[in-house]
Design a protein around this ligand. Structure first.
Ligand code: ADP
Length: 275
């Protein structure tokens, strides 16, 4: 058998990574990146993880090469990545929360990346091989591009047998989104990536005045939960449509610092996954 030098390099690089979480969604706009960023904040703040009595070491890799939003969501959009003798240095939001994104490498925030598949997957492999996350990470959260494309196959294959991977699926309750969710479930199954569960985002809206929960997608209310029951996947709860989450995302802040319905939902989600 031949030894793939890339695989060896990736295995060495990620030897200290305890768990990898792919955050996936079949469509753009589901809130996948927001959920990935808020989970990273939650794990790094430690409050969401009862099991361990410490703040966790977290890395967040933005694998959405053509639409990188992680730098903005962590309020580090102006930062740049530096090379060092030990590899590419990620950008630190705080001591235990680092991020890597092609967004840090673009000359201007408005620059678009229009690359073909091979170039994108090449960069992702380079991220896995060359980013210096330090000796130890509790979590490497990977914000995947929407869909199930080249990048997904590259990343899941590159990490198969090397890292302890799992996928979190973010879905909205619309029916079309649900069909897409099934595709996502099948992709993970075929790729051999265990699914930690599906979280329903933008589920309902809580009236600020009377507290009433308005189901916005009435015809498919409960659809994600039913899909989970059918396919034997864990239902991880619902995140409401919450202007505070949009505001926090826009400012690159942690929702845990806000007093709002989405905070409680993110908190619960982090606790479920952190177990
Ligand atoms: P994706 O990564 O799936 O393309 P984003 O995380 O970029 O989606 O979210 C798309 C937009 O929706 C962003 O403006 C984000 O702030 C907003 N958003 C996501 N989830 C919610 C929510 N639960 N409530 C309010 N706004 C949300």
């Amino acid at each position: 058998t031949t030894v793939d030098p890339d695989r060896v390099a990736i295995a060495n690089r990620l030897a200290g990574v305890q768990r990898v979480l792919f955050v996936v969604a079949n469509k753009g706009g589901c809130g996948k990146s927001s959920v990935a960023a808020q989970l990273a904040f939650a794990f790094a703040s430690g409050v969401a993880c009862e099991a361990v009595d410490r703040e966790l070491e977290v890395g967040l890799l933005d694998a959405d090469v053509t639409g990188p939003s992680i730098p903005h969501l962590l309020s580090i959009a102006e930062e740049e990545v530096h090379q060092s003798a030990t590899g590419w240095q990620p950008v630190y939001v705080r001591g235990n929360l680092a991020a890597m994104s092609i967004g840090f490498m673009l000359p201007s925030k408005d620059d678009a990346v229009a690359w073909r598949g091979a170039r994108k997957t090449g960069l992702l492999k380079q991220f896995l091989r060359d980013v210096d996350w330090g000796d130890y990470l509790d979590w490497l959260i990977i914000d995947m591009p929407p869909g199930t494309s080249d990048e997904h196959i590259t990343l899941t294959q590159a990490l198969a047998g090397i890292a302890n991977t799992a996928a979190l699926i973010v879905a909205t309750p619309q029916e079309v989104a649900l069909l897409d969710v099934r595709k996502q479930v099948r992709f993970c199954e075929r790729a051999g990536v265990p699914i930690v569960g599906i979280v329903e985002n933008m589920s309902y809206y809580t009236c600020r005045h009377c507290g009433h929960q308005e189901e916005i997608f009435t015809p498919t209310t409960g659809g994600v939960q039913a899909l989970c029951n059918d396919s034997g996947v864990r239902f991880l709860g619902r995140i409401p449509l919450d202007p505070a989450l949009m505001r926090a995302s826009d400012l690159g802040e942690a929702i845990l610092n806000y007093d709002c319905p989405a905070r409680d939902a993110i908190f619960e989600l982090a606790r479920h996954i952190g177990k």
